[in-house]
Design a protein around this ligand. Structure first.
Ligand code: 5GP
Ligand code: MG
Length: 173
């Protein structure tokens, strides 16, 4: 495992993004929606860095199954979404890879008639994108490596690591 982004770098960038979002959303009815499970560490840190009143909710989306590092069929569960009618919604995910998860989930949230809708991610694998869409906010661009930590898992392990690391071939075996 090789550390790509350390704890200090993540913390300072998340604080910085929180300040930027607080400016953007002051005096607006902001709801932040985290995509489970990968966004949960970012969600917890980011909401405490956004010093304006806002609501928080979650939805669940998963495309990886078990030990695989390649996506399967995307499954989305909106059962726990709060009412988003006339809210300014910011959708938060761990990583924008092909972009298909973000694209699909944004379309489903748009159906709930928010006042506005934007996306924020911790990591952006810009070269892996397979959609026209780009994230509105991101913390770091990374190359096309499979990464873990700060919420991101491999086979549901490593989410608790406070840094982002790439897994090498032997780690993935
Ligand atoms: P996309 O739909 O953009 O291809 O993929 C988004 C989802 O795939 C992310 O929410 C994340 O769960 C998973 N994913 C994509 N790349 C990685 C990666 O490098 N590491 C991990 N752990 N998950 C990834
Ligand atoms: Mg995910």
């Amino acid at each position: 495992m090789k550390v790509l982004i350390d704890e200090e770098q993540i913390n300072s960038r998340v604080i910085e993004l929180g300040r930027e979002l607080a400016q953007e959303y002051q005096n607006r009815p902001l709801t932040i929606i985290g995509i489970l499970a990968g966004s949960l560490v970012l969600l917890a840190d980011l909401i405490r860095a956004i010093d304006v009143p806002h609501q928080v909710g979650v939805l669940q989306a998963s495309s990886y199954r078990g030990k695989s590092t390649t996506p399967g069929e995307l499954q989305v569960n909106l059962d726990y979404l709060p009412d988003l009618t006339d809210r300014d919604v910011l959708l938060v995910d761990d990583i924008f890879d092909t972009g298909k998860t973000m694209q699909t989930v944004l379309a489903q949230i748009q159906d709930q008639n928010p006042r506005s809708l934007k996306s924020a991610v911790l990591l952006w694998k810009e070269e892996a994108s397979q959609v026209e869409l780009e994230p509105d906010y991101h913390c770091f661009k990374i190359p096309e490596h499979f990464v873990v930590g700060y919420g991101l898992d491999f086979n549901n392990e490593y989410r608790h690591l406070p840094f982002i690391a790439s897994l090498e071939g032997s780690d993935l075996a």
